[in-house]
Design a protein around this ligand. Structure first.
Ligand SMILES: *Cc1c(COP(=O)(O)O)cnc(C)c1O
Length: 407
């Protein structure tokens, strides 16, 4: 490749498997690979602070100025919960973070995150006191969870902050909405337990979501009659907040929108409220070969060459979280050109480069990113007829490289 080597543009922080190391990394998508300087041939994810902060602002606008309880469960859908939380911790539009695993709440706090962190799930008893000392808000979601938190409250002198999680119809987590609230009185009687909010989760059919909102409101009124002043009510994941204005309450609780994807394709709101994809999924070309007409690629011999063609092998596969459906029409950006994916295996994928050798071994391939419509999360989903949640399941071990903005 003849492109002159670009200068390294920014000093960035790379978090690899929980450790933070400072490194320099080239950000342009048409630079020449120099292994001695950039190190890894393994896949990586680039995150843009600017895109996350802008999205938080836009989401808050969608919710008429409400603050956001940012859901960063499942390692922020594979993009790095610690990395994303550290970015969003500086946003005035973010109230706090909602997580599902106890240990991940602690990871966020240990990394220096200051805003409230809500654990929407259960906790291991052995971590109870550490969670309290780290100022993690716990959830009351069942009778057993009440007992667990009451017994924790006699063991600690710290204030235990809790939010009340109600099941208004999703049937998955939370106190069933029709149960008597005697347990709430018990919580109230404990001096070091502070009720910090209440929440539930809406289902998608609108008529039932309206019924759920009504149930939630009745619960809030009942609690108020018991003397509980409820602040911080929240019920709406991304789709509900877009479809039902009444769901905004005190806070909205999106996950996928934060990363720049709408929950379903081609939503009309995406025109009024443009979000930016916040990440690039990248890997390198590790083999370029001119294969012959009639040769086939992959275990299932999925692609048969119609003519002699250059086939690139990229060091990323479905075990890294790149969707295996990519071979059904997705493209990959290498240099300034898009090439069709013709095979995805566990650790490798192949793209057809064509009759000319347009790229070299070492070139950077952008599999998902903001650079072209075809490779945004939504564009990718469209090209393989999948849904928008499919391309955010990246393996935790993929290094995350955080920069101020994409270049
Ligand atoms: C996952 C989840 C969310 C966020 O969902 P998105 O569709 O990604 O916005 C909100 N609330 C709860 C309880 C969740 O489990």
């Amino acid at each position: 490749m003849n492109t002159p080597r670009r200068k390294f543009i920014k000093k960035v922080t790379a978090g690899v498997a929980g450790m933070s190391v400072t490194s320099v990394f080239p950000f342009s998508h048409n630079f020449t690979f120099d292994q001695s300087e950039s190190g890894s041939i393994n896949p990586w994810i680039e995150l843009s602070k600017e895109a996350y902060l802008k999205n938080a602002e836009t989401i808050s606008k969608m919710a008429k100025g409400n603050q956001i309880m940012a859901v960063l469960k499942n390692n922020a859908y594979g993009l790095g919960d610690v990395e994303v939380a550290k970015i969003l911790d500086t946003s005035p539009h973010i109230h706090g973070f909602a997580m599902v695993k106890d240990s991940r709440c602690l990871s966020l706090r240990k990394s220096g995150v200051k805003k409230p962190i809500l654990l929407m799930g259960d906790f291991s008893e052995s971590l109870g006191e550490e969670l309290i000392a780290s100022n993690i808000t716990l959830s009351i979601f069942s009778r057993e969870s009440v007992e667990k938190i009451l017994s924790l409250s006699v063991k600690t002198s710290h204030t235990i902050r809790v939010q009340l999680y109600f099941d208004t119809g999703l049937g998955r987590m939370g106190m069933p909405h029709h149960e008597p609230l005697d347990w709430a009185k018990e919580l109230l009687s404990m001096e070091n337990i502070e009720i910090d909010g209440m929440f539930s989760t809406l289902t998608t059919p609108e008529d039932f979501a309206i019924e759920q909102l009504q149930r939630f409101k009745e619960l809030k009124d009942e609690l108020q009659n018991l003397g509980v002043v409820i602040k911080n009510t929240h019920i709406a994941p991304s789709l509900s907040m877009l479809q039902l204005q009444d769901s905004h309450l005190d806070l909205v609780r999106p996950g996928i929108l934060l990363h720049g994807s709408f929950p379903i394709a081609a939503m009309s709101e995406s025109k009024n409220y443009p979000l930016q994809p916040t990440f690039r999924l990248r890997a390198r070309v590790i083999r370029m070969e001119k294969l012959r007409k009639g040769d086939t690629i992959g275990f299932s011999r999925f692609y048969e060459l119609p003519q002699d063609e250059w086939i690139a092998t990229i060091s990323i596969g479905w075990a890294d979280g790149y969707n295996s459906g990519a071979e059904n029409g997705a493209k990959v950006l290498i240099g300034d050109k898009l090439f069709p994916v013709v095979n995805v295996n566990a650790s490798h994928c192949n793209v057809c480069v064509g009759t000319k050798k347009l790229i070299d071994v070492g070139a950077v391939a952008t599999l998902i990113g903001p650079d072209r419509d075809e490779i945004t999360p939504e564009g990718f989903a469209k090209s393989i007829n999948g849904h928008n949640y499919l391309q955010i399941n990246y393996k935790e071990s993929i290094p995350k490289i955080v920069s101020d903005d994409f270049i």
